[in-house]
Structure formats: structure tokens, C-alpha cells
Design a binder for this molecule. Structure first.
Ligand SMILES: *[C@@H]1O[C@H](CO)[C@@H](O)[C@H](O)[C@H]1NC(C)=O
Ligand SMILES: *[C@@H]1O[C@H](CO)[C@@H](O)[C@H](O)[C@H]1NC(C)=O
Ligand SMILES: *[C@@H]1O[C@H](CO)[C@@H](O)[C@H](O)[C@H]1NC(C)=O
Ligand SMILES: *[C@@H]1O[C@H](CO)[C@@H](O)[C@H](O)[C@H]1NC(C)=O
Ligand SMILES: *[C@@H]1O[C@H](CO)[C@@H](O)[C@H](O)[C@H]1NC(C)=O
Ligand SMILES: *[C@@H]1O[C@H](CO)[C@@H](O)[C@H](O)[C@H]1NC(C)=O
Length: 252
């Protein structure tokens, strides 16, 4: 009896495996992402799909995680404050006139609001960047790296464009089960010499790394160049544009 139960369970889990193993390399107006498949980057470094955070998370989210790390390590989530109650209701696809949209039960939950002159497509780069590409001139219409959640990946921008007021920052999740924006935001303060700061939701300062002095952040040991992680800060001042770009790479 027990053996039969185990056998049935095994068959059932094989079935589940099968449901989730379909991989796609591109999203278009013909090929959609649903709970039954995932979008995988060309060297299989990153994967995009629907997942349930934690063990008792309150719904399904669309996220990007490392494909080769067996413990699911999510680096980005979309609509983190509005999980889907039923995974099968979610669809990510391209719609006219070239927008990437997340639909639930046929209503649009999120749209990139982009316009393409040809058939737009979306693909996941091996850097972890989800990009919407114009079908005609191949330019990037939208990219997830411009909208980080709680994880900084090499190649992302972090800081502020003082011309447009556009800001790239990270915000903590509420918990491992509820990934909605939590209490802390890490950003770059551009009043004076740039410095990395952490504020809480009350706008009170919790941490500051000390101003950038041309070599490092004067008060931050975590950013010490002798550390395992190396970063490089680029401050661009072009036509009054102010962009702070930190690249973090691993010393080997
Ligand atoms: C979508 O439909 C399902 C089943 O009808 C329902 O349980 C779910 O709450 C709906 N989701 C949303 C976001 O409306
Ligand atoms: C797209 O447009 C809608 C309607 O104007 C807006 O509510 C939404 O925030 C926009 N999406 C993005 C990603 O800007
Ligand atoms: C490509 O086409 C899009 C949409 O028509 C347009 O917004 C964009 O400026 C074009 N890019 C280039 C490099 O021509
Ligand atoms: C878009 O894709 C459809 C189907 O693949 C094709 O018939 C059509 O010619 C394409 N349109 C453009 C503008 O490339
Ligand atoms: C950037 O903008 C902030 C706020 O508007 C201003 O206080 C600061 O001086 C500006 N920094 C630079 C380098 O222009
Ligand atoms: C700051 O936020 C916490 C909750 O996050 C709240 O308990 C506290 O009263 C707030 N303080 C102020 C000054 O608003």
C-alpha cells in the first residue's frame, strides 16, 4: 500500500516536473510566458518565470533567478506588491503596438508602454537583464535593469540623473514570504559629493557611506577595495546630466 502511494506520488511529481520544464528563449506576440514555461538566457545563467516566494508566500510573482543555483535566488520581481492568487491566470506577452504586458485573467496588470516599428520581442540577457527589443531597428525599448528591486547586478545603474530627476535605487522586501517594498531604501544622495545612504520609510537616515572622495566612499568599510568585491564608480557630468554608476565585480 505504502509502495503504491510512493509510486503515485513519484508519478505525480514527475508530472509536475514536466509541466515546468518547457523553456523558451524569446517572448513575442506569438510566444507567451505562462506558469507552464520559463524564459531562459542563452548561456542558461538566468531564468524568468512565475514562482511562489518562501514556503507560505501569499501568491505568485513574476521573477528572475539564477538558473544554475539550486537554491532559488531571486534577483528581480515584477509587481512585487500584487502577487497573483492563481499562477495560471498570469501571462507575459507582447501586444500591439510593441509593449511587454503582464496580464491576469485577461486584464493588464503592468505594461512597458513601449511602441515598436516592427514586431517587438523580449529576451533575457545573460547579465540578468530582461530587454524589450524593437523588431525593426533592434534598439532596446525597455530594460529591467532600469527598474531594480532589491538586488544589484553588475551592469546596472545605481544613482540619480540630475537632469531628469530619474533615480535608480534598491528597496528591501517586507519579508522572505512577502516581497512587497519594505522599510528600507538604499540610494545615492547627490546633494554635494555623492554618497550611498540608507533611509527608512519615515525618510530618516539609517546609514551613510561617507562622500565619494575620488577613490572610495570615505566612511564605508564594506566598500573597501581590499574586499572580495570590487566596484568602480563612474560619475558622468554631461550636459548637466549626473549619473552615478557603480559596477561590482568579484575578485578571483
Ligand atoms: C483570476 O481568476 C481566478 C479564477 O477564476 C481567481 O481565483 C483569481 O483571483 C483571479 N485573479 C485576479 C488577479 O483577478
Ligand atoms: C503604463 O501606462 C499606464 C497608463 O497610463 C500607467 O498606469 C503605468 O504606470 C505605465 N507603466 C509604466 C511601466 O510606466
Ligand atoms: C527605433 O524605433 C523606435 C520605435 O519606432 C524608436 O523609438 C527609436 O528611436 C528607434 N531607434 C533608433 C536607434 O533608430
Ligand atoms: C510580424 O510577424 C508576423 C508573423 O510572424 C509577420 O507576418 C509580419 O510580417 C511581421 N511584421 C513585421 C512588421 O515584421
Ligand atoms: C542634484 O540635484 C539635487 C536636488 O535637486 C541638488 O541639490 C544637487 O546639488 C544636484 N547635484 C549636482 C551635482 O548637480
Ligand atoms: C517610523 O516608522 C515606524 C514603523 O516603520 C513607526 O512605528 C514610527 O512611528 C515612525 N516614526 C515616525 C516619526 O513617523
Amino acid at each position: 500500500m505504502e509502495r503504491v502511494a510512493i509510486y503515485v506520488l513519484l508519478l505525480f511529481s514527475l508530472h509536475i516536473q514536466k509541466i515546468y520544464t518547457a523553456k523558451i528563449g524569446i517572448i513575442s506576440d506569438q510566444q507567451f510566458l505562462t506558469e507552464k514555461n520559463t524564459l531562459v538566457s542563452s548561456a542558461r545563467t538566468f531564468e524568468l518565470g512565475f514562482f511562489k516566494p518562501g514556503s507560505s508566500g501569499n501568491g505568485y510573482l513574476l521573477g528572475i533567478w539564477y538558473k544554475k543555483i539550486s537554491v532559488k535566488t531571486v534577483v528581480r520581481v515584477a509587481k512585487r506588491d500584487r502577487p497573483l492568487t492563481v499562477a495560471s491566470s498570469g501571462v507575459l506577452k507582447i501586444v500591439h503596438p510593441g509593449s511587454l504586458v503582464l496580464m491576469s485573467n485577461n486584464s493588464i496588470m503592468w505594461s512597458s508602454n513601449t511602441t515598436s516599428s516592427g514586431n517587438a520581442t523580449a529576451k533575457l540577457d545573460d547579465s540578468g537583464n530582461l530587454v524589450v527589443i524593437d523588431g525593426h531597428n533592434k534598439s532596446i525599448l525597455w530594460q529591467s535593469f532600469d527598474y531594480p528591486t532589491d538586488t544589484f547586478l553588475p551592469g546596472m545603474k545605481f544613482g540619480r540623473d540630475n537632469l531628469t530627476g530619474r533615480e535608480w535605487h534598491l528597496s528591501s522586501p517586507k519579508s522572505s514570504e512577502d516581497l512587497a517594498p519594505g522599510k528600507y531604501i538604499v540610494s545615492v544622495d547627490t546633494n554635494g559629493y555623492p554618497q550611498i545612504i540608507i533611509k527608512d520609510t519615515n525618510d530618516s537616515l539609517r546609514f551613510r557611506a561617507g562622500p565619494w572622495n575620488g577613490v572610495g566612499l570615505s566612511g564605508a568599510l564594506a566598500f573597501d577595495q581590499k574586499n572580495t568585491l570590487r566596484y568602480n564608480m563612474v560619475i558622468s557630468c554631461w550636459q548637466r546630466k549626473f549619473v552615478l554608476n557603480i559596477n561590482i565585480i568579484c575578485r578571483t
